[in-house]
Design a protein around this ligand. Sequence first.
Ligand SMILES: Nc1ncnc2c1ncn2[C@@H]1O[C@H](COP(=O)(O)OP(=O)(O)OP(=O)(O)O)[C@@H](O)[C@H]1O
Length: 635
Amino acid sequence: MHFFVVNLNIFGQARVHLVRELKNLSVIVENLYQRNVFSDEEVIRIQEEINDYDKIRKILDLVMKKGEAACYEFLRIIDMTRKRTLGTASLTPYDKSGAWTETKTFDLHHWISCYSFKEDTQMDINYLQDLFDDSHKIDLSYTPLVLDTEGSLRTYLPEEKSEISPGDLLKTDKNIVLVGKAGIGKTALTQEMLKVWAESDSKELDYMFYFNMREMTSDFMSMSLEELLFSEPDEFKEEVLADMKKNSDSVTIIFDGITDLSSSVVRRLVEKDLLPDAKIIITCRPDDEEDFFSWDSLRVEVKGFSEQSIETYFSATLGEQKNKVWSNLELLTLCYVPMYAVMVAACFSSEDPQPCTITKVYVSIVRFCLERNSNKTKIRHLESYINSKGMEILSLAEVAFQATGGKTANLTELPCYDSSVLSFLKPLVIQRNLTERYATHAFLHYTMQEFFAALWLLKNPDKAKDVLQQCLTEEMKHMRPLIPFMCGLLSEKSPSLMKCLIPAEELKKTSNWFFKEMTTTFYHCLCEQDEADTEDSGSDVDILFLCRCLYESQCPDACIYLLDKLDYCLDLAGEILDPYSSCAVAYVVTQSKKKIQLNLEDVMVSEHGMRCLFGCLKNVQWYGCACVFNCQIAA
Ligand SMILES: Nc1ncnc2c1ncn2[C@@H]1O[C@H](COP(=O)(O)OP(=O)(O)OP(=O)(O)O)[C@@H](O)[C@H]1O
């Protein structure tokens, strides 16, 4: 809501100058149209005027007739576009009071600068907010993330204060690649940048576009620049596009969740073939970074919450209860990933035991959502309820699998009409063409889609075998995040969801081969990588990935199977261990029946991670006084 009082006689003094000097009328009319000040008919009426003077008169008359709010919008647009709509500033001096006199030239730049404008910025719709019931509704707005601009050479670790803020990222002229794991906060960061941009009192007209790549339709691949930027019918698109081309340094485009450069318009923008001076910001997971290695850009690694941010976050969400998270080291090591922190906070008070693996966090949230949406105040027998919804849940899982295979978040078909199952989805509005929109659905978060996709694979073990092999290939690497979830869902220690959906014997049969096959497959891949002596390309298949999978499985036999293959020698030299990976390594080592050689030379590790590693040292072989244990701890 704007509280802004406009003197309706204001144009009386400025009007004659506006009529004479206003330029780029199309930009003004377009903005007024976009802000619903002008209707289609009014725009046509303006266009029908013969010359620019008459057009301006018409605009001013219409705006004044519409009252205060319209005048406010008009003035704000002039303020934002002043460089283009008012031309160059007059050099005529003013007296100190800034008052105009009859003898002085009227300066529209000065006139507009006498107003101060504030913008409403309510743009961040966080669907995960819905996970919280009314008594726990909290402000889930941006909590500072650790952003690292110096790549993997620098110490991992969440520090008290991120060195670079979303506002700093906006200010830099460079293109930006925001890299980070699933759920680490890349989208949240871009949304915060949009918010900062919208709230800024920049006096220049600039353009900002945001595209969620996973929510684009398939025709996006062949779109032109014009189609990409103007999905809505737009009378003035040619003029606005021309303006953007002429002033491409005023355009910022964010491509969120990019996996490759297969869309020609995105590739041409990235390669500066289109809008050469535009600032392009992309976000991607580490597996997809390869395509951008050679791109001239600022690489920013998003590293999630610092230990301070975790504390702030849980103080806000759980109050005193946060101590329970604090005393659970395994749970704490998950919560540097904001997505997991959100889910832990949302279902913390549920009666389920506190989760310690990522899969268990998802299982808890699924149970929590089903319970909350089951139309019963208290479900004593949640298991039997889940059982009764088995078909619907599995059809949701199938749709999730199909979409993940196609690298999209857009679910073209609704799997069922059951409201409790549909509570995992949010509406997604798609612009089919210039005049037609339709609504589809997407999961509340892409990682939730990946979780359900993994669930479907366990119902279809043959397919699981294929995915295990294929996810090592370049074309199918986007299926890799499903593997840790599959391990977790097969875990005998977390049967609370799976046993309601898939018969126990079927699950047992799958886990009998799955853990071994997974370990062998990834182990061979690691050996091949070693032989080829390939540089780390940011790919997620490394020994840490395997440890994380085994941690999710909570299966001691599977850990011993791997350690056996490794000859009880775990070489992590030079690795950067995030808190969760440290916890996973500690778990694997702890399962060993023999002493193992653990090489932690030049390893970077967090304080929480170090605490986990200390717990497994009893299983580590020390040779002489020179234990290979030379870590850098970032406090
Ligand atoms: N800085 C933050 N402050 C508060 N909440 C956050 C923050 N970052 C992330 N979150 C929460 O975590 C959720 C997941 O984050 P986000 O979608 O940004 O991850 P992502 O890195 O884009 O993941 P993906 O690679 O799967 O797309 C958000 O929906 C939000 O609820």
